[in-house]
Design a protein around this ligand. Structure first.
Ligand code: SAH
Ligand code: SF4
Length: 360
């Protein structure tokens, strides 16, 4: 179970058994002759209060803390660098995984006193959308449920230490990777996030964003009907969409349309449509009109909110749309009865905005 890692010249041995391996911990506690309530003390401290090390769990007697930390660790990820944006409204973390891969995760301040956590689900991404930095080098591997939940625990701990009193308002699965290409681990992590006995976040405070993986949308409708679904659409004609999102060849727009119809029919939930806006490519008035027509062919406008995400710079040659184009696009959507918001680009100075996470 142990693994050694060289960092800065000194060797650190880490036992990569996270606290989410609750069965193992429970067995260990039993063998150590500890009372049953210890497990609950640990899970409450970690999941409800954001303890990231056993030293922080002061409800445990000190000798127990010392013994347990020899065997287990809480986080399955290890922070490398933490960068705060100049405006203080975004914090990006880069983390080592046990096999020396790296991921990034972001803490975003969307409302005063309320933060949102943006989690990664894969190291890299196999989809390779042309405007996204994550997909640049393809997929390295899927994250485990522990590695996903650890991102939440890390940021809960960070807030407790550096922004005491401020709260986590929600979690968005919009970091590195395509969540539905790692469905099992994402589902496991969602269970931990929403289980009232563990983290206990409300389903509606969580959003999962997919590039339009049709089987994933169908499964998600059954498994998590109350968790928000966001679909990254970007274009409503197959030719253009396929040039931006290679997975469109496998799951073209008519299949996405059918999956969304069924999703809305069974869940009665609204769907968030993500629309990365690229200057001169999908930012025209006729694109806005076609988008509303397409959405109306799927379901009534009340079932959609379009989030326009002006392109954030990556190493590709795309341009951000002008402010005027973004405004004109969103105004036309509103005139055509489709609710639309423009995503603020938090964290672009720390390469922590949508599509900039590369895990370099
Ligand atoms: N793979 C999923 C979730 C992660 S990407 C998906 O594609 O939906 C999260 C969001 O960031 C998506 O809506 C994606 O389209 C957007 N995004 C990717 N690259 C971007 C860029 N360079 N600028 C702005 N948004 C980008
Ligand atoms: Fe993958 Fe989403 Fe980036 Fe596309 S936008 S490459 S699906 S992470």
């Amino acid at each position: 179970m142990g693994s050694g890692q060289k960092r800065g010249g000194s060797k650190i041995y880490i036992l990569y058994v996270s606290v989410m391996d609750l069965k193992k911990i429970s067995l260990w506690l039993e063998e150590a002759g500890q009372p049953k309530f210890r497990l609950k003390q640990i899970t409450d401290a970690v999941y409800k209060k954001g303890a990231a090390t056993f030293d922080e769990i002061t409800a445990l007697p000190e000798p127990l803390r010392n013994a347990i930390k020899e065997k287990f660790r809480i986080l399955a990820i290890e922070p490398e660098t933490i960068l705060e944006s100049r405006a203080g409204d975004a914090v990006k973390g880069s983390f080592w995984l046990k096999d020396k891969q790296k991921i990034e995760s972001v803490l975003l301040n969307l409302f005063p006193g309320k933060w949102s956590i943006c989690v990664s689900t894969q190291v890299g991404c196999p989809v390779q959308c042309v405007f996204c930095a994550t997909g640049r080098r393809g997929l390295k591997r899927n994250l485990s449920p522990d590695e996903i939940v650890s991102q939440y625990i890390f940021w809960a701990n960070y807030l407790k230490k550096y922004r005491p009193g401020e709260k986590i308002g929600g979690v968005v699965y919009m970091g590195m990777g395509e969540p539905f290409l790692n469905y099992e681990a994402v589902a496991e992590s969602l269970k931990v996030l929403t289980d009232p006995g563990l983290i206990g976040l409300g389903d509606r405070h969580i959003s999962v964003s997919t590039v339009g993986h049709v089987p994933g949308i169908r499964r998600f409708a059954k498994d998590f009907p109350q968790v928000n679904l966001a679909v990254s659409l970007h274009a409503v004609d197959n030719e253009l969409r396929s040039t931006l999102v290679p997975l469109n060849d496998k799951y073209p727009l008519d299949q996405i349309s059918k999956a969304l119809k069924d999703y809305i029919y069974t869940t009665k939930r609204k769907v968030f449509i993500e629309y990365v806006m690229l200057g001169g490519i999908n930012d025209s008035q006729s694109c806005a009109r076609r988008l509303t027509d397409w959405l109306k062919s799927v379901a009534a406008p009340k079932y959609f909110t379009v989030n326009i995400i002006p392109y954030n710079q990556t190493d590709r040659e795309y341009k951000a749309p002008t402010k005027e184009r973004v405004e004109a696009f969103s105004n036309l959507l509103l005139t055509l009865n489709t609710s639309a918001t423009v995503r603020k680009s938090l964290g672009s100075d720390i390469a922590g905005a949508c599509g900039q996470l590369a895990g370099k």
